[in-house]
Structure formats: structure tokens, C-alpha cells
Design a protein around this ligand. Structure first.
Ligand code: FES
Length: 62
């Protein structure tokens, strides 16, 4: 699974929170599970999943 780390509320870039193991949005505090589902709003939609494939050991997006 490959996620786009852009918050679904207003498009801020989320960052990985090592201590909690979550994707956190710095703009308004949304928090996402590692699988992209929303743990805490205001975001209501999960992080988008990106189509991907493996080619020669590398992840290719799209
Ligand atoms: S843009 Fe992410 S919570 Fe507002």
C-alpha cells in the first residue's frame, strides 16, 4: 500500500509521528492511522491510496 501524505481536509503535507506511529497534519491537527484511515479530525476522509507497481525492485507510482 502506498499513501499520498497530503491531508484530505485542506491539502497540508502530513508528517510521520515516530512516537505515536501516525501520520499527523501540522495545519489543523488531523491524525491518520498508518493505513491512512482518520483517527482524529477535522479531516473526514482517509489519505488517498496511490496506484503502484514494483519494477526492478523499485516502487513505481501511477
Ligand atoms: S489541512 Fe490537515 S487538518 Fe487542516
Amino acid at each position: 500500500m502506498v499513501l499520498q501524505n497530503v491531508c484530505t481536509r485542506m491539502g497540508c503535507q502530513t508528517g510521520w509521528n515516530d512516537s505515536l506511529g501516525t501520520w499527523d497534519c501540522p495545519c489543523h491537527g488531523s491524525r491518520y492511522h498508518p493505513d491512512g484511515t482518520v483517527l482524529m479530525g477535522p479531516a473526514a476522509e482517509p489519505l488517498p491510496r496511490l496506484e503502484h507497481r514494483l519494477e526492478n525492485g523499485e516502487i513505481m507510482i501511477g
